[in-house]
Design a binder for this molecule. Structure first.
Ligand SMILES: [Zn+2]
Length: 228
């Protein structure tokens, strides 16, 4: 049984509900050229395309510090598009007390999206959830380059002990950043596919892919502008 109201109250949503009072504090010119919500340059702001989607399982993102403010990053767009998403920044779980507490909570079972040979399918997660209904399911994504995410996983025993999950095969549409392998997805796409497969409601999560399409178009236009 899912208790979504309890889940909602437990997940703090700073990324999804930005503190716009911060605008008042921004006096220096450089900062004011960036959107406080999507953190992108104002001329590349994608907030008009962000629609916050309701969902059942909380989603947590551990973002490598070098990804913060990266113009091609998508984790913040994913977090802003989900009602129960939380973006944590750090290389070590121990440096992020909220995440450390969550991973140690016996009432929660967090699954790490890491599609290696140990990873189980979402169908298997459903079986486990039925067998252990008292443990609520949540998901964790690592946001960084492949190399950095790999290092984060292997330097954190808290992450290594998590059950790993994989998605059904999907062709990645992300053409902006280098991919280590064909199936690599951006964090925004990964979150979309994970939640729409888990909740079996792709239509509800469609705004995430619309946002992704706008992001891709923006970058292609930008690249074209540079070439001409
Ligand atoms: Zn914005």
């Amino acid at each position: 049984m899912k208790n979504s109201s309890k889940l909602a109250s437990e997940s703090v949503m700073t990324q999804s509900n930005p503190d716009f009072s911060d605008n008042m504090k921004q006096s220096d010119d450089n900062k004011s050229r960036y959107c406080t919500r999507c953190t992108r340059a104002l001329k590349a702001c994608l907030c008009d395309y962000i629609r916050q989607v309701p969902h059942l399982a909380p989603l947590h993102i551990l973002q490598h510090p070098s990804e913060v403010g990266h113009p091609k990053g998508t984790a913040i767009l994913l977090a802003a598009s989900l009602a129960q998403a939380r973006l944590h920044v750090g290389e070590q779980v121990a440096d992020v007390p909220e995440l450390a507490a969550l991973l140690a909570d016996p009432a929660l079972q967090c699954y790490l999206l890491w599609p290696d040979e140990e990873a189980i399918s979402l169908a298997r997660v459903r079986e486990r959830e039925t067998a252990e209904p008292a443990r609520r399911v949540c998901f964790l994504l690592l946001d960084g380059t492949w190399r950095k995410a790999y290092r984060m996983l292997h330097s954190n025993p808290e992450l290594q002990q998590l059950p790993r999950i994989k998605l059904d095969a999907i062709a990645g549409q992300y053409s902006i950043r280098k991919k280590p392998f064909a199936e690599a997805l951006s964090t925004l796409e990964a979150g979309y596919h994970l939640l729409s497969q888990w909740e079996r409601a792709p239509d509800r999560f469609a705004p995430l892919m619309t946002l992704f399409t706008h992001l891709n178009r923006q970058w292609h236009d930008f690249a074209q502008g540079r070439r001409s």
